[in-house]
Design a protein around this ligand. Structure first.
Ligand code: AHM
Length: 337
């Protein structure tokens, strides 16, 4: 049998990566395996979301006599559960929870990593059958192993991430994750119930023709951003266009598409919400890490997202992310870097 011809599963791939890192303990592989397991469980429930009237609405008891949970709470419980029961994670921070959770059992206290995640991003789209996702960032703890993890473990700059990724529950379900070594995408093969390597070594094209922004807020954006959007609308063949505007309102789907095809995604601050909507720790840092490893760029309009020192778990930030050349053109309009 020619083993090289076989498609690698997520577990096989992460284990194979260990061969290149002499001192690796396999803990990160274990954590990614745990996340893959939770993703499969969430995927099953997301696929049934359209049956909610038949199976029961959140807060009710379904026909099997089980309590029905809101999908984002279900997803939060799944990711928290697998990470707690695994041996790699000392604690979690979740967009669904007010505070971080440090696991205080002996095994977890010895664990090397903490994980911050948005269990179900874009959940407002569930009712209309639009792609949604899970986003996660993994940090090496800064406190001593053996202790219960504490706030400083969770409030690290994005540059400190050792891995970050997302799961997109779309026309197919994909898990994409990045380490400093590269970005790789795995598609769930329903016939065997495994994520299999489908998009090896993803690179973000240096330029593209897609810009993604909520046009409904146009007059609330600062002048430089409005100028850049005008440039996008007026691109011609001679200036690298014409551009296409694509905005799903589900960040995982929007950034995933732009990562693969080339493009720019923007969620600027507005007059009403100067810090925008997106959360630094759960949405922006993981995507900034992934896109930078793939060759793109991510800023808040003033500085690199990954360099922002977080002061609180749920802080928000404006976000501009995507293909390098498009980001440079944006910066020439906003005067920022
Ligand atoms: P959520 O946390 O309520 O799911 O909102 C996050 C989502 C992002 O996925 C998406 O990019 C953004 O909200 C869209 O917001 P808007 O509808 O304001 O454009």
């Amino acid at each position: 049998m020619n083993v090289n011809r076989r498609v690698l599963t997520l577990d096989e791939f992460t284990l194979q990566q260990l061969r290149h890192i002499p001192n690796a303990t396999g803990e990160l592989s274990g954590l990614l395996r745990d996340i893959g397991l939770a993703a499969k469980r969430v995927n099953v429930e997301v696929n049934k979301a359209g049956l909610v009237d038949i199976l029961g609405d959140a807060g009710s008891v379904n026909v099997q006599g089980e309590d029905v949970k809101k999908l984002d709470i279900f997803a939060n419980d799944q990711f928290t559960g697998v990470l707690h029961h695994g041996i790699s994670c000392a604690g979690i921070g979740s967009e669904e929870l007010d505070e971080f959770v440090a696991f205080d059992d002996t095994v977890s206290c010895q664990s090397k990593y903490v994980c911050l995640f948005d269990p179900l991003d874009g959940s407002g789209n569930i009712d209309v059958n639009v792609s949604i996702g899970t986003i996660f960032g993994v940090y090496r703890r800064v406190t001593e192993r053996g202790e219960v993890a504490s706030k400083e473990d969770f409030l690290q700059k994005g540059t400190q991430q050792v891995a970050a990724g997302y799961i997109i529950y779309g026309s197919s379900t994909m898990l994409v994750y990045a380490t400093r070594r590269g970005v790789n995408g795995f598609t769930l093969d329903p016939s065997i119930g495994e994520f299999t390597l489908s998009h090896p070594d993803i690179k973000c094209p240096p330029s593209g023709k897609i810009y993604s922004v909520n046009h409904g807020n146009f007059f609330q954006y600062e002048e430089g951003v409005r100028n850049y959007i005008n440039i996008c609308q007026n691109k011609t063949k001679a200036t690298g266009g014409p551009y296409t505007q694509r905005y799903i309102g589900s960040m995982v789907a929007d950034v995933h598409r732009n990562l693969i095809k080339g493009g720019i995604f923007m969620y600027p601050g507005t007059i009403d919400k100067p810090k925008g909507k997106l959360r630094l720790m759960y949405e922006c840092n993981p995507f900034a890490f992934i896109v930078e490893v793939a060759g793109g760029k991510a800023t808040n309009g003033k500085q690199r997202i990954l360099d922002i020192q977080p002061t609180e778990l749920h802080q928000r930030t404006p976000m501009f992310i995507g293909s390098k050349d498009m980001m440079h053109e944006l910066e020439s309009c906003t005067g920022d870097k």
